[in-house]
Design a protein around this ligand. Structure first.
Ligand code: CS2
Ligand code: MG
Length: 413
């Protein structure tokens, strides 16, 4: 089954996305997500210049061999740009294979292990009253698990907190990469103070638990900002609030940092959305330093690589918690949902929900009902890309914010 074309489609319906569209000689089309927030054009170039020429004329049915060719044949291995490109090819080939089999992709991954995948949404508030409103709104939308992020008194803007100006739709939308129409696009700068954050957060969870009770699964994203001992202190301070997980407590590449955190707290830990290969996890899994794997199909080399990573995680009792913000496209989200349904060690799926504008371009069939996500039984991934609609939304430069301390020192955003 020869590949006759492979197009890289960059579109910006509400935010930037990069999609690889592969077509076989029989006219079967497969899609893969290659979106890397703030660095989209690097992946487009990697695909257009170095991958697409190798795909034309190759056999679309040889998924594993294609993956190994693109990984080992590049000589220079791993990294977010490379692995997003490999992921897009791999996901598109799985889409094609499942379509040819007349099955939803999860059936080729072992079939359904559950009726649906528990989702969590992003509640946030500049202050506690706004946060409580946001949690109520997310529960009314059907979420059974909720991420909690708030502002900090005295700070203008804080990671993860929607403000009416930032979102693409309702006031709880949160889009970190800000596009500007101006000719001088520069990252916005946010000021950070970890000690103020550590003093403030426990009282936020005290208010949330007293309002919503002990059962509601609550998650929090530390977003890479703490030192190991600060993260240990926060994990310990949050134990009375029984979090589902504390995410990215420290910069993820410092795997050994989690040893110290583990010594001080039983709050479950999740990490890995910035990782791009199984090798990023080896210490974390072998020493059981984390409880959830945060990688997305889109950033970790595709369905093939993600399935192998989750099978290794299962050996150590670690479960999935795949990354699912709006900068994972509906194609990447659908790929995650097929794995979520099939793997035994499923944990939870992040689901920020894309804007109506994004869904004008990406026609999805996955569904969110009663707090659970299901990829649908449409053959393949179950997502189509409307090329004409995609052309209506040209790329716009966008950067993720950067973080600086009060004295101007660059910090982890
Ligand atoms: C966040 C992401 O969803 C999350 O857990 O860490 O929204 C992250 O900030 C973005 O993916 C960055 O592009
Ligand atoms: Mg995160």
């Amino acid at each position: 089954m020869q590949i006759v074309s492979a197009e890289v489609i960059v579109t910006s319906p509400g935010r930037n996305f990069v999609t690889l569209r592969i077509t076989t000689e029989d006219g079967v089309v497969g899609l893969g997500d290659a979106t890397l927030n703030g660095r989209e054009l690097a992946v487009r170039s990697y695909l257009d210049s170095h991958v697409v020429p190798l795909l034309i004329g190759s056999d679309a049915s040889r998924i594993e061999d294609t993956w190994q060719h693109l990984y080992r044949g590049a000589y220079w291995r791993r990294g977010p740009v490379t692995m997003a490109a490999v992921a897009a090819v791999d996901t598109a080939l799985w889409d094609i294979k499942a379509k040819c089999a007349g099955m939803p992709l999860y059936q080729l991954l072992g079939g359904a292990s559950r009726t649906g995948a528990l989702a969590y949404g992003h509640a946030s508030g500049r202050d506690v009253p706004e946060l409580l409103d946001s949690i109520r709104a997310h529960r009314e939308q059907g979420y059974r698990a909720i991420r909690v992020q708030t502002g900090i008194p005295g700070f203008d803007s804080v990671y993860g907190v929607a403000s009416s100006s930032a979102g693409g739709g309702d006031r709880y939308d949160y889009e970190p990469a800000r596009r500007t129409d101006g000719d001088r696009t520069r990252p916005t700068v946010e000021t950070w103070d970890t000690r103020a954050y550590l003093r403030h957060l426990p009282s936020v969870f005290e208010s949330v638990r007293s309002e919503f009770g002990p059962e509601l699964p609550l998650l929090h994203d530390g977003h890479h900002r703490m030192t190991p001992i600060q993260a240990a202190r926060l994990g310990k301070a949050l134990e009375p609030y029984d979090l589902f997980w504390l995410e990215d407590a420290t910069p993820a590449e410092d795997q050994e940092a989690l040893r110290l955190i583990r010594q001080h707290t039983t709050t479950p830990l999740a990490i890995g959305e910035v990782f791009n290969s199984v090798y990023d996890y080896t210490t974390l899994l072998r020493e059981r330093l984390i409880d959830y794997v945060r990688s997305a199909v889109t950033h970790t080399g595709g369905v093939t690589a993600m399935k192998k990573l989750l099978d290794l995680a299962a050996v150590y009792g670690v479960r999935s918690g795949m990354h699912g913000p709006t900068d994972i496209s509906p194609v990447g989200m659908a790929a995650a949902l097929h794995l979520d349904l099939a793997v035994h060690n499923f944990g939870i799926q992040e689901y920020m929900r894309h804007s109506e504008r994004t869904l004008e371009v990406f026609r999805t069939s996955y569904r969110f009902e009663d707090g659970l996500l299901h990829p649908s039984d449409t053959p393949g991934l179950g997502v189509d890309l409307d090329i004409e609609a995609a052309r209506r939304f040209p790329y716009q430069q966008a950067y993720l914010p950067i973080s600086r301390l009060h004295d101007g020192t660059v910090h982890d955003w």
